[in-house]
Design a protein around this ligand. Sequence first.
Ligand SMILES: [Zn+2]
Length: 447
Amino acid sequence: MTPAPTPPVHAALRGHIVTFRGNPFLMPPADALVEEADGLVVITNGRITHVGPYSETSTHLPPGTDVADYRGCLISAGFVDTHVHYPQLPMIAAYGEQLLEWLERYTFPTERRFADGDYAATIARTFLRELLRCGTTTAAVYCTVHPQSVDAFFTESTRLGTLMVAGKVLMDRNAPDFLRDTAQRGYDESRALIERWHGRNRQFYAVTPRFAPTSTPAQLELAGALLAQDETLFMQTHLAENRAEVAWVKELYPDSRSYLDVYDRAGLVRPRSVMGHGIYVDEQDLCRCHASGCALAHCPTSNLFLGSGAFRLFDVMDAKRPVRTGLGTDIGAGTSLSHLQSMNEAYKIAQMNGHRLHPVQAFWLATQGGAQALHLDGRIGTVAVGMDADLCILDPKATPLQALRTEMCDSTADLLFSLMMLGDDRSIRATYAGGTKVHDRDESATF
Ligand SMILES: [Zn+2]
């Protein structure tokens, strides 16, 4: 018997639509911005079918569709977090150390607990709820070395209908026994997880060697072998975050020209590869990233928290060889899951480097730029017809101070700037994943 076809599910949102038609680092920000002050987004079966001024677009509303009224708020594409560790959520705000000592002292003991699948499920659930409370609908996520940490994460993401990229960490040296796999075991476990999850129900797999110091050359080579089997797979790792780390990689891989070259030799530098940080890279590395389609994840709050260094955003985005770049919160080294806070700190880092990060550039990085970094810009990152309806609703008057500041705003760019400097999870009025509301700040409903 053929099942009865499911009727289409419609939704519609009314508010001030803000999105982008291009990269504002390569064109004037005012030209890159697309907005509709009284706009309507119509959604059918999780995809956007109509976008435009309310007066015209409301004629396309399917009969009986309720319009969620967000007038006074901005409708944006959901934020994209290009680098984050869900198991580190409980150890956010760990005092005192820089990268290598911080890993040893705080991270490894925390990640050990994810051998327990029930604990992993609890943290995965909390983490995804927190992400949605911050308006982030897609993230590239590190799990732990334990396959059950990946199962727990994708199970919860499937339940929520979010589009996520994640993978099991590969680590076969320079880590405690309880967190080590072997090159072969890491390969076999990753393969099984790929078969179980990759491309199913909006879940995508990322081959995830933690970073060059914790993988033997043999493990990096097998990671490359996994990627060579399927060009739709993602890859994520860390690159040149901290000076001591860079010096260590030079010792461990004396034959490689640079840190990036360690990964390149193993076949890990390619489209859908995301390198976390990339602070200490040279011109040749940036040219290689540009040519290969591999991306960098700029993690401002983490870089400041661990004292790692200042990412050279405007050099990375140089028009002669722009590198795909998104924003990463890098929890637990980052200090907030809110990309409004990532933008805030990115602005200050740019200032320290003598540049002005325009609010349109910042919001582009958090949405369309992040989607391009993941090569997912055909599906997410823009409010436009045909895109998945992954959206966040931003309230520019979430606190008394923001309401006061918003009264002073004389342009959309200024409104965006005040949001990125003063905003946080309180600024997210609601979040939608695949057209379904998955967070509502003002309702007590659990999702
Ligand atoms: Zn990280």
